[in-house]
Design a protein around this ligand. Sequence first.
Ligand code: SF4
Length: 427
Amino acid sequence: MDLLNTLVDKGLRHEPPTRSEALAVLATSDDELLDVVAAAGRVRRKWFGRRVKLNYLVNLKSGLCPEDCSYCSQRLGSKAEILKYTWLKPEQASAAAAAGLAGGAKRVCLVASGRGPTDRDVDRVSDTIKAIKEGHEGVEVCACLGLLSDGQAERLRAAGADAYNHNLNTSERTYGDITSTHTYADRVDTVRRAHAAGLSACSGLIAGMGETDEDLVDVVFSLRALDPDSVPVNFLIPFEGTPLAKEWNLTPQRCLRILAMVRFVCPDVEVRIAGGREVHLRTMQPLALHLANSVFLGDYLTSEGQAGRADLEMIADAGFEVEGTDRTTLPEHRAAAGAGCGGHGCGDGDGGDGGVCAGAAPAAGPAAAEAADEGSAPAFADEESAQPVADGGSARGDAAAPAAAAPRTDLVAVRRRGAGTDLAPNA
Ligand code: SF4
């Protein structure tokens, strides 16, 4: 396919595709999908080999956010039955982080719900960063606290933060549809503040909120222009109790195309599969490792991931290796280029949150509810139990196999262990 040859050639030179080429990746057929994965996989291996970076989320403060991001289970008015708690103490956060690091993570992502931190919050997080770094030499710490005000990025950097995550989430055109309490420009401003303070910028997106292919390409090109070191790709988890609860728009194949497009547009950047990996990629997760070079280990902010052990087994079975602290994540030309961690200065890597800005496992979309009402969602045999069933059932018997496009509400599990609970974290 000429398109794929062109994209590989450009990716190996860390040049971006054209916008129409990026759109063409999203428009490829299922018959072409393995060729797309193989092509993007060549670019991934050129810059990241077969290494997979593991990141570990610690939700410092969960729920009760005054912002109204419609995808977020922690939003204002959310009816999602998530854990709600205020700031973890530094020793509590450090204990949670230790579990992830023992499980193989090299980066800890400290996330807090909210519009943005107060100066006192920055003090708290600074103490937490110091507590984690004291006990774990070489660990990378990324903070994700929402919109930053003057001087806060610099204070976090001085406290030892390596990176700062703040996602753009969707295109500028549609941003107002998913959030009314802050703007796309606010988000861009915070990414720039982090960058300017010498923090490794991490900024990504959420797919599956009812956006068009053009929106997806727009946000990924906007991210490229911001030059983050890492780009987390979230797949919306349509949480019950949020406005996007009916937005089940993704198939495993669609997720793979999106990851391939992101890889082609950001060839030499850490591309991280974030929230929704298990829910939407499902048994196709190992193929996604050929596209992304980074994942979260264990659980997300407000939802549970597969067992950390299963993450490690999947990586090994697929022929990849967990990246150690002795390796710089980003390619040499990026790691040497700036001041951040990995790509802009301090070492390597990025940060993310598996969900969204300050916290949150993504929920569902704007024009999304409309689409669902029009019957785009698959039929359920039993509305009460909401167990998906394939048309016509299974060829092997009575057990119904879910169709690829069927909502898999059964795979969404609210986090009930780890930070904020008495139960051990999943790592
Ligand atoms: S994404 Fe962040 S700012 Fe938005 S509602 Fe969730 S926690 Fe609040």
